[in-house]
Design a protein around this ligand. Structure first.
Ligand SMILES: [Mg+2]
Length: 340
C-alpha cells in the first residue's frame, strides 16, 4: 500500500466548512485562507512510542493525545483551531491499528472543528507528529511574557490526575475503584484541550501557558518570560490549600502527596493564566458565563522564585520525585522539553 493509498483510505479529509481550505490533501501542499485581521498560530508536537506514551497504549488513545496536546497549545495562545497536518511512522502496515487510529483521530478532529489538510507516512518506529494551525485576531494572542507583578494566578480544571494515572500504569499506585481508575487513565491518555477557556481569556488575561510539564515548571516559564528590565525579576506565591484536586486523586493521596503531584506531575494539559486585579472581576464573569472551570491559586510577586504557602504559612515540598513519562522511561536522555 503506497503512502497516498494509506492517506486516501484511512484519513478521509474532513471539510469543516468555515475553515477556508482552498486546496486540501492531494497536491504538493495545501492552500488555506486567513482573514487579514487575524494572525496564523502554528504549533507542533511529536509523540514517540515508549517515550511519550507507553508502548501498549491503544491506537484510539494515541490519536486522541496526539491531537489534544497540539490543541492545548492553540488554547494557550487563545487561538481557534483551523487546520492540521499529520506525519506518522510505523514499523509495519497494520490495517486494524491504522483504522482504529484514523477513526479516533478524525472523530476528535470533527469534534474540535479542525480540518486535516496534509500528511506523510513512513516506515519506522511508531511516532506521530501533528502540526496544528489556528487563528487569532491580531493583538489578541495570549503570550507567556506579559504577566505583571501583582497579577493573580489561575489554573483550569484539576491538577495531578494524569501523573496519578501514570503511577497506576507503572504499578506505583493501586487504585481499586474502576471509575476512579478509568477517570485517571482518561486524564493521562486523552486530555481535554481547554479551547473554550483560551478564547475567553483573550479579553482580560495578562499571560497564559498550557500545563504540560507540571504546574511549577510551566508557571516558571511565564515568570521567566515576563521578567524584564521594566519590572525586574518576578516570582510567585502559590496557595497550596487552593490547588484544584479531583475527588479521585483525593481519595488515594494524602495532602502532601496530592500537592506534590498537582504541582510537579506532568501531562495535565490544563491552562495556567494570570490576570491583573483591575481585570479580574470581568474575566471571572466571562469565564463563568462560558462554563469554564478555574481556580485562583496564587499571585505574582516581585521576588524571584515560587514560594509555596498553606494558609499563609511557608511550606517546603520535595518536587523532584515527579517526572514525566518522557523522563521515567528514557532517563536521562530527554533532550529538550519539546514544548510548543
Ligand atoms: Mg505548551
Amino acid at each position: 500500500m503506497s503512502e497516498f493509498d494509506i492517506i486516501e483510505k484511512y484519513f478521509t479529509p474532513n471539510q469543516c466548512e468555515q475553515n477556508q481550505v482552498e486546496l486540501g490533501i492531494g497536491d504538493d501542499g495545501a492552500l488555506v485562507n486567513i482573514p487579514e485581521t487575524h494572525n496564523l498560530v502554528v504549533t507542533t508536537d511529536m509523540l514517540v512510542s515508549g517515550v511519550h506514551f507507553p508502548e501498549n497504549t491503544s491506537p484510539e488513545d494515541i490519536a486522541c493525545k496526539a491531537l489534544a496536546v497540539n490543541l492545548s497549545d492553540l488554547a494557550a495562545m487563545g487561538a481557534n483551531p483551523r487546520w492540521f497536518t499529520l506525519a506518522i511512522s510505523f514499523p509495519e502496515i497494520n490495517t486494524d491499528w491504522l483504522e482504529r487510529f484514523a477513526n479516533s483521530l478524525m472523530k476528535q478532529a470533527e469534534f474540535y472543528n479542525i480540518s486535516l489538510i496534509g500528511g506523510d507516512t513512513n516506515k519506522g518506529p511508531l511516532s506521530i507528529t501533528i502540526q496544528a494551525l489556528g487563528q487569532v485576531p491580531k493583538s489578541k494572542a495570549l503570550r507567556r511574557s506579559t504577566a505583571k507583578k501583582g497579577d493573580y494566578i489561575y489554573c483550569t480544571g484539576t491538577l495531578g490526575d494524569a501523573a496519578l494515572g501514570l503511577a497506576i500504569l507503572q504499578g506505583k499506585q493501586t487504585v481499586i475503584d474502576d471509575e476512579d481508575r478509568n477517570y485517571l487513565m482518561k486524564r493521562l491518555n486523552c486530555p481535554t484541550p481547554r479551547l473554550g477557556t483560551g478564547l475567553s481569556l483573550r479579553s482580560g488575561a495578562s499571560a497564559a501557558i498550557d500545563v504540560s510539564d507540571g504546574l511549577i515548571n510551566d508557571l516558571q516559564h511565564i515568570l521567566d518570560a515576563s521578567s524584564n528590565e521594566e519590572q525586574g525579576d518576578i516570582g510567585a506565591v502559590l496557595n497550596l490549600e487552593n490547588l484544584p484536586l479531583s475527588d479521585s486523586l483525593k481519595r488515594y493521596l494524602g495532602e502532601v502527596d496530592a500537592w506534590e503531584m498537582a504541582l510537579a506531575g506532568g501531562d495535565d494539559y490544563e491552562l495556567c493564566f494570570t490576570v491583573s486585579e483591575a481585570e479580574q472581576d470581568l474575566l471571572i464573569t466571562s469565564l463563568s458565563n462560558a462554563g469554564c472551570i478555574f481556580t485562583c491559586i496564587g499571585r505574582v510577586t516581585g521576588k524571584k522564585g515560587i514560594e509555596l504557602q498553606n494558609a499563609g504559612a511557608r511550606v517546603n515540598l520535595n518536587l523532584n520525585g515527579f517526572e514525566h513519562f518522557v523522563e521515567t522511561v528514557n532517563k536521562p536522555t530527554r533532550v529538550s522539553s519539546a514544548d510548543g
